[in-house]
Design a protein around this ligand. Structure first.
Ligand code: PGA
Length: 255
């Protein structure tokens, strides 16, 4: 396996945090701190901050992402946002299938797949989240769950389109809990997900796929996690809200 063939991506998932003034302040603080990054840097902000973020990040190495999109191009879907609406604004990335969407908003593997398809069709890069619940890990079915989520989410995605997919392995029990998976646990599941992708798309495609880890990654534990063969970056929640902490993670992924 050649980690060097893959581009590390550090993405901040701001979740439902920061109104426009805080968005401006955080991005302005972040810009000089990450300007020499050797990895890709993305901030996934609330819909209402996208325009502000896109404007502020112009001419910098920070890319902007949304945290979800709908599967239809347009229509009677009150409060939803389509993938085309995002690309029109200059948004480049979108998180799909985050466990909070699955847990609190009825997102299923099938709707995750539909959203992935719509995002790819619109030209967005997708950060596809998969991960097991604590009880699933305890039952010893982590691989089955992550494999299933990956396979269903990628249904109908071609080998060429896979280049616009990043997978984020996020064990649900590690999200926002301060409980990080050990570096070995992250590497093991990321490696398993890569083997699932290899069966679907072949060796080369799987080798080239960026697979992040997410779940309480922070300035203190990022070095160990990012040093692992199959951990090609991170999806960062809490620690992405502090410019300094986020930039330490970006620096660790740039090594
Ligand atoms: P966390 O969130 O870093 O706060 O655990 C990660 C995520 O939910 O993407």
């Amino acid at each position: 396996m050649k980690k060097s063939v893959r581009k590390a991506v550090i993405a901040g998932n701001w979740k439902m945090n920061n109104a426009r003034p805080q968005t401006k302040a955080l991005i302005e603080e972040l810009k000089p701190l990450v300007k020499d990054a050797a990895c890709d840097v993305v901030v996934c902000v609330p819909f209402t901050n996208l325009e502000t973020a896109v404007e502020l990040c112009k001419g910098s190495n920070i890319k902007v992402g949304a945290q979800n999109c709908h599967w239809a191009k347009s229509g009677a879907f009150t409060a939803e946002i389509s993938a085309d609406m995002l690309t029109e604004m200059g948004v480049e990335y979108v998180i799909i299938g985050h466990s909070e969407r699955r847990q609190y908003f009825g997102e299923t593997n099938v709707t995750v797949n539909q959203r992935v398809r719509a995002a790819l069709d619109a030209g967005l890069k997708v950060i596809l989240c998969v991960g097991e619940l604590l009880e699933e890990r305890e039952q010893g079915i982590t691989e089955e769950i992550c494999g299933l989520q990956t396979k269903i989410a990628l249904a109908g995605v071609s080998k060429d389109e896979l280049k616009n997919i990043i997978i984020a392995y996020e064990p649900v029990w590690a999200i926002g809990t301060g409980k990080t998976a050990t570096a070995d646990q992250a590497d093991e599941v990321n490696g398993y997900i890569r083997s699932v992708v290899e069966k679907l798309y072949g060796h080369e495609a799987a080798e080239g796929l960026t697979i992040q880890y997410g779940g309480s990654m922070n300035a203190g534990n990022c070095d160990e996690l990012l040093a692992k063969e199959h951990v090609d970056g991170g999806l960062i929640g809490g620690a992405s809200l502090k410019a300094k902490d986020f930039s330490v993670i970006v620096a660790a992924a740039s090594k």
